[in-house]
Design a protein around this ligand. Structure first.
Ligand code: ATP
Ligand code: MG
Length: 370
């Protein structure tokens, strides 16, 4: 029987470069998903934002588009920015726009799963008991607090400012422990563990981050809380990634380690991300606009599609809606199935298929997963 449910309104920002192609592919898959699930009702509204828009109009994110993003149930963004579209001071428009959007949506925690799917080209020869951990990046402060006032540029010296607050750090730490509670633990022995990644031995701000992290840990005595320096973590991620469950870290460290994580498990074309706060969610692949690849129907749409699966999971949590949860699992399963089959793949994961062909294969796989 059909259960009537409110439609979730999704604001789509296709953006620049390979962004629109990845978004079109994702729409093919989501439209099919809605067909498969009675009771799943998604409505989409697409908006222009980003570098191409800036080139035409001098604006990256018009007020009205931001208002639409705030009013929507979730925002799905593909990729924003082009290297040759810059402000008069020479900086690219993308970071400023993204920092503004994140602040407006108040999405304080960014989640980047580092998960090795069968069929994905792993960078490691040995994969032990498997790779499946989560990077949580503090998303609003750290070194990125420098945007909008913390940077000084002179002729001889330029400085940025790194800001760590008790509120921001306890928010993201608490988020990490709540996520660890729901996961099955690290692959090596199933132990639930949250690791603070920092540079507490060198920087006062980082020592403070670690201190606030361990304060937050007190509320979760059943989860192992520990801390690792970021330089050591870069080594461990390559040598024994299966010994980690959930990692939480400052903004810039998260930016860097999530690319390392994506590299471990098959590249940027497979890496989704989810940015969440108490009210809003912003979902996007961890890759950029890859301008050399744009317009060739060759980009891997899986990262954007997996980001849409994370969006459904988050909507399911927020609205206590089991249909969204089920749809999320099926969607991720369909991507995993196409990857494992290995027949329809884009070039970055070793195939010759187009973006559209991969989307169609995933859409088809949905019916086998329901
Ligand atoms: P940003 O500054 O926005 O992070 P970037 O300059 O770091 O962007 P990306 O746009 O993420 O770089 O892409 C880096 C390279 O990774 C691209 O040149 C491309 O080869 C590859 N790449 C990224 N995304 C994809 C994708 N979806 N499919 C295939 N290859 C991709
Ligand atoms: Mg990058």
């Amino acid at each position: 029987s059909h259960i009537a449910m409110a439609a979730y309104s999704i604001a789509l920002l296709p953006g620049d470069g390979i962004g629109p192609e990845c978004m079109d592919a994702t729409r093919i898959v989501l439209d099919q998903l809605v067909q498969e699930f009675s009771g799943l009702d998604l409505s989409f509204k697409s908006h222009r934002a980003g570098a191409e828009l800036f080139r035409e109009s001098g604006e990256t994110l018009p007020d009205q588009v931001l208002a639409e993003c705030l009013a929507a149930d979730a925002v799905l963004l593909s990729a924003i920015g082009l290297p040759d579209v810059r402000y008069p001071d020479g900086t690219e428009v993308q970071p400023t726009m993204m920092v503004g959007l994140r602040r407006a949506l108040n999405v304080h925690s960014a989640v980047r799963p580092v998960k090795l799917y069968p069929g994905a080209p792993c960078a490691l020869k040995e994969t032990g008991p498997g790779i499946d951990f989560i990077i949580i990046r503090e998303n609003l402060e750290g070194l990125f607090a420098s945007f909008g006032g913390g940077a000084k540029v002179g002729n001889e010296v330029a400085t940025d400012t790194l800001v760590v607050t008790r509120k921001g750090t306890s928010q993201v730490s608490d988020f990490a422990f709540r996520l660890a509670q729901r996961r099955s633990g690290r692959p090596s022995d199933g132990k639930k563990m949250v690791t603070c990644v920092d540079k507490a031995n060198v920087f006062r701000s980082m020592a403070f981050f670690r201190e606030v992290f361990f304060d937050a840990a007190k509320a979760y005595p059943q989860i192992d809380a520990n801390a690792v320096y970021v330089d050591a973590m870069s080594l461990y991620m390559v040598q024994n990634p299966w010994d980690f469950d959930v990692l939480v870290m400052e903004n810039q460290f998260g930016d860097i380690l999530s690319d390392l994580g994506a590299g471990l498990v098959g590249g940027l074309g497979l890496g989704p991300s989810a940015e969440m706060g108490e009210e809003n969610g912003l979902f996007q692949p961890s890759h950029g606009t890859a301008p050399q690849l744009a317009g060739r129907n060759a980009a891997n749409p899986m990262a954007t599609i997996l980001s849409a699966a994370m969006m459904l999971d988050w909507l399911g949590d927020k609205h206590s809606d089991p249909v969204c949860h089920d749809a999320s699992i099926v969607l991720e399963g369909a991507v995993a199935k196409v990857l494992a089959d290995g027949k329809i793949q884009t070039r970055d994961v070793g195939g010759t298929s187009s973006t559209t062909e991969v989307a169609q294969a995933i859409a088809q796989a949905l019916s086998h997963c329901t």
